[in-house]
Design a protein around this ligand. Sequence first.
Ligand SMILES: [Ca+2]
Length: 326
Amino acid sequence: MRYTLFLFLCAVAITAGPKPTIAQTTDFGTWLNDFRARARQEGISQPIIDQTLYNIQPIDRVIELDRKQPEGKWSFVQYREKIVHPLRIRRGREMMAKYADKLDAVHKRFGVAPQYVVALWGIETNYGHNTGGFDIVPALATLAWEGRRADFFSKELINALRILDEGHIQPSELRGSWAGALGQNQFMPSSFHAYATDGDGDGRKDIWKDIDDVFASSANYLARSGWRDGERWGREVRLPQGFSEQHVGLEVKKPLQSWKNLGVKTTAGTPIPVVDGMNASIVAPDGLGGPTYLVYNNYRVIMKWNRSTYFATSVGLIADAIASAQ
Ligand SMILES: [Ca+2]
C-alpha cells in the first residue's frame, strides 16, 4: 500500500484542518513500553530496540499532516502540468545520460528499460533531492500510537526496525517521508523487504545513498510485479465521436485489434498499431472530455507501485519524454 498520491494531494491541496484530536487512550510512554515488548517478540535485536525505542517523542507535525484532508481533488490535467514538468523531463534526460552504464546493466538484469527507472525516481523524489526529512522510527511510532491506522503503521514500524537490524543503514540515517516512505524511491518498509535489492553487491540495500541500489530496487519492484520488457506502458489516443463510456475504464480489457475496430486512433489521427496478444484498456482520468490513454499490461504494473491513474499515466509520459530524442 502506498501513499504517494495521498501525500501529494495533502501537500498541495490542503488547508489547515480542525485541530488534531488524539484518538488513542494510552499515553505515548506506556504505548512505547508495550511496543518494545512487541518488537522483542517479533525478533528485533535488543541493541536496535535500545538505540531507537527509548527517548523518542511523538512528532506533532506528523499528526498534523495525518489529520489534514485533501480539500477538493485536482483534475488530472492540473496534476499532469505539475508533475510532467519540463524541468523534471530535462533533468531526467541528464540522469539518463549520466547513469547510462548503470541503467543499461539494470535493464539487462531486470528487464526494465532505463526511462522507467528514471521516471519513477524523478516523480518520487525529484531524482533523490526530496526524500523527506523525518526520522522514520519516531514518525511511524507517532502514527502507530495515534491510532487511526495503528495496525498498519505498527507493522511498518516493525519492518523499519528490521531494516536496521539487517544493517542496511545506520539508525541515525533512517529518514523518509512523514508517513514512512523511505529513500530515493520512497518504499514503505514492507516494500523495502519485498523489493529492495543490493545493486552494487556490497551486501547492503541502501536506497538512501547508493544509486546502484536505488536503480536495482525500483527495477526489481517492476520486474516482480509483472513488467514486460519491450512493451510500452500505453499511449495517448483520440477517440471517435460518440465513443461509448462503457468502453472506458481499467476493468474493460480488449485486444488492440478491437480498439482499432472501435475507431481508436493515435493523437496524429492514424490507426493504432496492433500487436497480437496485447490487451489494452482506455483510461480517461478527467472523463471523456479530457485526455484519453490506451494502456497496456505495464501500466497495471505501475499501478501496483501506486494505485493511481494520475501517477501511472504521468510515469509513462515522463518515461516517453526522457527517452525521446533530445
Ligand atoms: Ca548495496
